[in-house]
Design a protein around this ligand. Sequence first.
Ligand code: SAM
Length: 189
Amino acid sequence: MGTICGVEMTYSAIEVLRLGHRVGRDPRITTHLALVSRAMGADQFTLAGDMDEKLFENIASVNERFGHGITCRHEQSPMKMLKQVAKSDDELRPLIIHLTMYGEPFKPTIAKLPKNRPVLVVVGGAKVPAELFSISDYNIAVGNQPHSEVAALALFLDCWTEGAGFERQYQNPQLVISPSKSGKDVKEV
Ligand code: SAM
């Protein structure tokens, strides 16, 4: 199924695309989207909307300290990019999965999807272009109520990777945290 940082995974590559980022308003929530992506199995985080160097520096700093696990980039034309992916006749092109409260229920829908395909998970911002619904291969809802893009992404990734997203390994960490019952167990490498 492919590897992440040299580790065989039971699922293929995952890219998360965050639409409509606004530097003045969204840094915290978009940073959380990138951190959840990194911690739960995605290997690429793509930011659309405003470019945000500070956000990228924060994620680079997490990679530096806790191990390299995700690359970030800015996409100037996300809808153009999505259309190009959608029209590709490569049978292993990424499936475009749009997370939206208007979509189909995530668990039964994910159960039907081919796991040998990479996925491009699209998370909306304040306003989502209407054509995204038709460009996407699947519009998937994590419940049909509005809530949080971070919660929707985390639940989707956990279900898609069947929990294996947490098993990935990170390259060249400076700090390694071991599970502990009674406080911090952190080793400097
Ligand atoms: N008003 C926006 C719209 O036009 O859809 C929704 C804004 S919502 C705060 C931001 C993003 O969170 C959505 O685009 C979607 O990706 C995600 N989201 C929120 N609730 C969701 C749900 N129940 N299921 C899946 N994704 C959800």
